[in-house]
Design a protein around this ligand. Structure first.
Ligand code: CO
Length: 146
């Protein structure tokens, strides 16, 4: 019930735009690739939702994917914190205020999503989205901007 009310509120606050205008679906596969390299957040969005679908078959412990969003200027420091000790449920990252959004880590056949306030993004600033599974960010990364 609460989720339904929240969903309706987001719809109303976003001016009744269709959900696709304030969200995007990104697919990840067993070849360690996303099918999207650029995400443009419309400035009229109150919230923006990223859905991640893992179209592969491999388990998350082998080919896990998530989506983490940080400013490009903090990217190098954030990936420097990727650490097995932080655990797969945390995307192998400790909590950090510079992380704007982070989905769960998923494996083949799974889907997850994360919603964040568009107001967390600054116009004209460049952001990077990437997978924080150890070793994946080199290939699994793209740009995000509002
Ligand atoms: Co990955």
């Amino acid at each position: 019930m609460n989720k339904f009310i929240l969903a309706m509120s987001i719809f109303v606050l976003s001016g009744g735009l269709s959900a696709s205008d304030c969200g995007i679906t990104v697919n990840g596969n067993d070849m360690m690739q996303y099918d999207v390299t650029t995400i443009n957040v419309d400035s009229s969005c109150t919230n923006f939702e990223i859905t991640l679908n893992h179209s592969g078959k491999l388990d998350k412990s082998i080919m896990g994917h998530n989506i983490v969003i940080v400013s490009t200027e903090s990217f190098d420091e954030i990936i420097g914190m990727i650490n097995m000790d932080a655990g797969i449920d945390n995307g192998f990252l400790p909590e950090d205020g510079r992380i704007i959004a982070k989905t769960a880590m998923i494996g083949g056949g799974e889907t997850t999503s994360v919603s964040f306030e568009a107001a967390k993004l600054e116009s004209g600033k460049e952001y990077t989205f990437f997978c924080s599974f150890p070793g994946h960010y080199g290939i699994m990364r793209g740009k995000l901007a509002i």
